[in-house]
Write a new protein. Structure first.
Length: 261
């Protein structure tokens, strides 16, 4: 283990050992402070969207996406990964990844009865998924929630809003345990190797400050890529594994589910 927390706790000899443990106890709080700060910003984004300050709200959502990367990086770097921190992280994720975009979509992007139904369903599904577990880090159990986030935010500026009928289908795909591909991540809880955190941090930060009126084509490209993932993200499990189609695409047993999604 090469985390900062480990090095602090390794300090030995009288007062140095005490100092190391005290320093670690404070350092371990840093990721949680970032998580709570993300929650505060997510709440602000929701209020801004409700009061029709849409661009500011959207920029804050992108900032929250960047802070989520910082939070995870610090937790692993400091050796401060905990169940409490992960739960808080997922709880606040729902606010800026689901609640804010759902309100934005139903009230401004595609105002309609079906859009309201979609917003109601995806918010409910997102909190229900807090209790659902996924089997490995190589896949998602159901369409990941951040797909809805990216698609809604991109459609706000691409000029091609996704119709609510399709968004309702996406909500269904997030509800059922259909296996969706995810990049294989084998980093340990105290290592950031393989997390691609610089790229994952840079993209939302750039989108948080970008001049949206000049990059509509970028949002259109993002929207196209995301819809392609929705359509094809389950295919690798269909073609690379053996057994019945049902067994290849869906989870049947809760015994294999060990990690909160």
């Amino acid at each position: 283990m090469d985390s900062i927390a480990y090095r602090l706790l390794s300090l030995s000899g009288g007062s140095l050992g005490v100092v190391g443990r005290v320093a670690w106890s404070y350092a371990a709080l840093i990721p949680e402070v970032v998580t709570v700060s993300t929650g505060l910003l997510a709440s602000l984004a929701l209020i801004l969207v409700v009061f029709e300050m849409l661009e500011y709200g959207i920029r804050i959502v992108f900032l929250c996406l960047a802070l989520d990367v910082v939070d995870g990086y610090l937790a692993r770097k400091l050796g401060a990964v905990s169940e409490r921190g992960e739960f808080l992280d997922r709880l606040f994720d729902r606010l800026y990844q689901v609640v804010v975009p759902a309100v934005l979509y139903a009230k401004y992007i595609y105002p309609s009865t079906l859009a309201i139904v979609y917003a109601t369903l995806i918010i409910t599904i997102s909190y229900w998924r807090l209790s659902r577990r996924v089997p490995t880090r190589e896949c998602f159990a159901g369409l990941p929630l951040h797909v809805h986030t990216i698609l809604i935010l991109a459609s706000a500026f691409s000029g091609f809003p996704v119709p609510p009928e399709l968004m309702l289908l996406l909500a269904l795909l997030s509800l059922i345990p259909l296996r969706y591909y995810r990049r294989s991540l084998r980093a340990s809880p105290t290592s950031n190797q393989g997390t691609l955190w610089p790229l994952r941090l840079a993209v939302p930060l750039l989108l948080a400050i970008a001049p949206y009126e000049k990059i509509s084509s970028v949002f259109m490209a993002i929207e196209t890529v995301v819809l392609g993932y929705v359509a094809l993200g389950w295919v690798p499990f269909l073609v690379s594994e053996k057994g019945s189609i049902k067994n290849r695409l869906f989870y049947r047993s809760r015994e294999d589910l060990y990690r909160l999604n």
